[in-house]
Design a protein around this ligand. Sequence first.
Ligand code: NAD
Length: 482
Amino acid sequence: MRVLNWLGNTQAEPTSGLWMDDLNPATSQVIAQIPRSDANDVQAAVDSAREGARIWGSTPAQVRADTLRRIADGIDMELNDLARLESTDQGKPVSLARAIDIPRASANMRFFASALEQEVHQSSKHVSARGAALNYTSRKPIGVVGLITPWNLPLYLLTWKVGPALAMGNAIVAKPSELTPLTADALGRICKESGLPAGVFNLVHGLGPEVGQAIVEHPEIKAISFTGGTATGRRVAATAAPMFKKLNLELGCKNATLVFEDADLDEAVAGAVMAGFSNQGEICLCGSRLLVQAGIYEDFVQRYVERVAALRVGDPASPDTQVGALNSLAHRDKVEGYLRLAVEEGGQILCGGKRPDLPAPFDRGAFLQPAVIADLPIGCRTATEEIFGPVVTVHPFSDEEQALEMANGTQYGLSASVWTQDLKRAHRVSEALDVGMVWVNTWLLRDLRVPFGGVKNSGVGREGGAWSMRFYSEDKNVCVLL
Ligand code: NAD
């Protein structure tokens, strides 16, 4: 299967004539070839998007909202196929893709269709020495926007950007991760079948330093929304900032799960397992540093390790599988490197960390048993650097003050979860955590209206609800002397 670029509603081969293999990480088999595009293909996408932006930007809001809903319906109609495609491309259990990734992708489109319909523009009157004046503010599309996304939640995160960008009347030039291109390609087809005008949805496949960089550098692309690693985000910012582009960066993480002695332990154990190992630990919100109050540490860790060791690792297509393959063999190598480092740093691996013994063809896949590591100093590399895999380090703390110091002691600040039944403590700790999002007695419970994003090296700006609508538009104020 050869995947092509989308230039508006037509498909195109890369001008370079070069192709790259796309692998199923569960078997290492080649499942598709994708274009190794370059700056020429990005230029073609911008040429297409320029015309798309002209048409779409002046399309009535209701027509845009209706089109987004048709795209959402199209995604829902292909739920099973898209879930299978996502699982095969990414390595995640198909059950997870069917329950979370694909439904969330259609929810993203529907949510921003409704958000657009609910937009009310404000006007105000003021009186000054020079007379009374009426101010009104209108919101304009930006024009052509660039969307760059990672491999962990491919369609989920792409639609999280495509939804608001299209709702606000922009044309897009998108680049999905080269490791997970397939559902982005399907979205291009669904957009076309849903009646999105030519030129509005443009998708260029290829490598980050080639296609991604060309998107960020292109002078006609006025805004960049990027989700990926912190080091890549730094390069994106270095290119885009001097060009005064609007920039939204959703970057790396090392999130803490804080469990206090007064927590409901059954719920906290179950929540911490989910936070640690959902999607093989490859979610930016995963809690990979588990901080447990000393009085319950031993009991908690014992129950936690029992649960983690019982997670079923294997064929992502099997409905029983709870942990699929990591996204690539190279990524597994990186994670295994951290497991070796953990031992060097004095850590004790309480469970997992080994390659499971799986039958062919999964014996060639990027599988790893979920690992829990104890006895590490909280400031060591394993406990502070992003691993982004099925690895959790556990650390005891004595009191609230120490818990906060430990939780805040990384360069990252995306999210945290706090487990306690003390209402005052829940608020106090949430307030003091240096992160963009806190969950209390739950994890990854999402409301698409609320701000999503991090502080410190986890990013700049917020996505979600009004924050996304604002990012993908420019406000213009008009002041009329009455
Ligand atoms: P990555 O930074 O390697 O790649 C992300 C995207 O950027 C890919 O499409 C890649 O091709 C592209 N890219 C690479 N170099 C580029 C360049 N020079 N210019 C422009 N684009 C370039 O990240 P990844 O490995 O795909 O994803 C994992 C990372 O994403 C982790 O760090 C994870 O924490 C982060 N992430 C963050 C969030 C969040 O919301 N904060 C969500 C998901 C993933």
